[in-house]
Design a binder for this molecule. Structure first.
Ligand SMILES: [Zn+2]
Length: 146
């Protein structure tokens, strides 16, 4: 009885090993439909970085550099388009960066100009020369009310 069971076990084991060979098992687990595209994108980015690096070192002529760059960029565009197509715009577009800094700069630029000594700060009358008192409204021209 034990012998028969052993034979069955061995036969079963053999059948398992022989029938389910490694090459039959799909090695690409469908964890993400765009995983292979993202891998390819990373490789292209690496290649572009290497290309720029070698170009800076003077190992490449301008013509070779531009030619390879165009090829890589075309490939990258295709991969990115494929990723976009599959992702279906699921990824939200990055929010627009707050324009706080430029605004603050603009506000600073709009700061009031220093008082014009030829213009009355009270009525806005303009004069050819600096005067102690405004000829129009008679107030002090220094800009500070007396
Ligand atoms: Zn005045």
């Amino acid at each position: 009885m034990i012998f028969a069971v052993s034979i069955l076990l061995v036969a079963g084991l053999l059948a398992f090993v022989l029938l389910v060979r490694p090459q039959d098992v799909p090695d690409e687990t469908p964890e993400s439909p765009i995983q292979h595209l993202e891998d390819r994108r990373a490789i292209i980015y690496d290649n572009l970085r290497d290309l720029n690096f070698e170009y800076r070192l003077g190992k490449l002529s301008d013509a070779d550099y531009n030619k390879t760059k165009v090829v890589l960029q075309n490939e990258l565009a295709q991969v990115l388009a494929a990723i976009d197509k599959i992702a279906g715009g699921a990824k939200a577009a990055p929010a627009a960066a707050p324009a706080a800094a430029p605004k603050a700069k603009a506000a600073k630029a709009e700061a009031p100009a220093p008082p014009d000594p030829f213009v009355c700060p009270h009525c806005g009358a303009k004069f050819e020369k600096t005067m102690k008192f405004c000829g129009e409204c008679g107030k002090a021209m220094s800009g500070v009310e007396a």
